[in-house]
Design a protein. Sequence first.
Length: 323
Amino acid sequence: MKHLLPILLLPAMLLIGCEMPSTTGNASVSQPPKTQQIASANSAQRPVAYINGQALTQADLINPLIEAAGGTVLSEVVLDRMIHEKLAAAGLTLTPELIEQEKTLILATLSDDPNEAARLLQTMRSSRGMGEQRFQAMLFRNAGLRLLVKDEVELVPTLLRQAYQLQHGERYRVRIIVAGTLAQANALLVRAKAGESFSDLAAMNSIDPSAAQGGLLSPISPLDPTYPSALRQALGKLETGGISDLIATDDHFIIMKLEEKLPADTISYEAALPDLARALRLELEGQRIQQAARTMLAEAKVVVLDPALNNSWQAQQQRTQSE
């Protein structure tokens, strides 16, 4: 049961040559000495690239970068500082070993093959423009948040039993067609029960991402809470090859065909327990980490003076709270 850690991989961008004062907490902001202001101004005018022989300076990039991803970078800075404060208040020490463990966990979620995992991680970092500095900062945030939430995670027997049934118990291989309206769903149900190819109907009409595979889903456990309860209840009523009646969810209608019943495997609960406990702990910690990060961002007292940065920050906050 692999769980992709909710690592805080935010779109990459650096505010080059822009020294941002602390905006968290109630601390006053002091002005830098005049000599530092002059040095910063000179740095901002230093060329960073040439376009057809004409210099492009850091100053040319600052405002577009702020508009494009200032809120994202500010979120990272705020989280960094909030995590530092929370760790200090709790008397917790984040060791280099704990930070390195985060990289190991990420690699393990990407692939069982170490070489492939390293390649995928590099691809993921490249796609987000994440250099070594921001990557190490991300590892710090993950490790710090995990250290803060680890005592909140309790592996109760009922959750472990449920995890065992999800991974090793009876499962069902099904295809689904998802329609947005009752009229569309009824029309598709009539065609499916009349003998038309279910996979073709799904591929051409379903609004679910599984349409690309003819509606085929990964095997489903009737105990898996990530699927609608109405769908899971319908599983036990179908025989192999059977097609369900319409299954109504909050905003869609589902038609399901049972392709195959997969019996439980022969691995005992006791033999599976170590791996189950490890995977379940990572999953529960991941949930707590996401919530802790959202809470810290909401709690932080951030005063943004730059209008473009404030717009980007507000948009980032809305995205974070809606995830």
